[in-house]
Ligand binder design. Structure first.
Ligand SMILES: [Cu+2]
Length: 157
């Protein structure tokens, strides 16, 4: 092998083996995701306008999951509950969250980035935004969304 071939083989090895911190590394039991890696999709169970990016798991399966939800400004999530514990961490924007059977914007707390909320199974809650807001959800599947008022369920309308 010539000196040039040796050098280029070494370069190939370095390129192939280098995993930049900003790229997702999926394998060997490690998931690393930077914000730019998130792939946003529509959310059938939420009113139109919300987007979801799955980081870990399949929410329909009995596995741990971690997802991000992005809501536009002036978005409303009607009162609903889940069959499993919901953990919400606010990443950006302000998530106005309240508990009860009907959305009441005056009965919410303004959660800024870094805030956390934990909702027990079958506990009704609601939320709204005044600016684009991203939250992270994590929990154990199987996940589900049950609206207090069936008419609020976008999957049935
Ligand atoms: Cu919820």
């Amino acid at each position: 092998m010539s000196a040039l071939q040796t050098a280029s083989a070494a370069a190939m090895f370095i390129v192939a083996g280098f995993v930049p911190a900003v790229s997702p590394a999926q394998g060997g039991g490690v998931v690393i995701v930077a914000p730019a890696d998130l792939k946003w999709a529509d959310v059938p169970s939420l009113p139109p306008g919300a987007k979801i990016a799955v980081i870990e798991g399949a929410m329909s399966e009995a596995k741990p999951f971690t997802v991000r939800l992005k809501f536009p400004a002036n978005y409303k999530i009607p009162a609903h509950s889940h069959p499993a514990v919901e953990h919400v961490t606010v990443m950006s924007g302000t998530f106005h969250l309240g508990a009860g059977d009907k959305l009441d914007p005056k009965q919410t707390r303004a959660l800024t980035p870094g805030s956390v909320a934990v909702m027990q199974p079958n506990t009704r809650h609601f939320a709204w935004t005044d600016a684009e807001t991203i939250v992270q959800l994590h929990g154990m599947g199987p996940w589900g969304v049950a609206y207090a008022a069936p008419a609020d369920d976008p999957r049935k309308n």
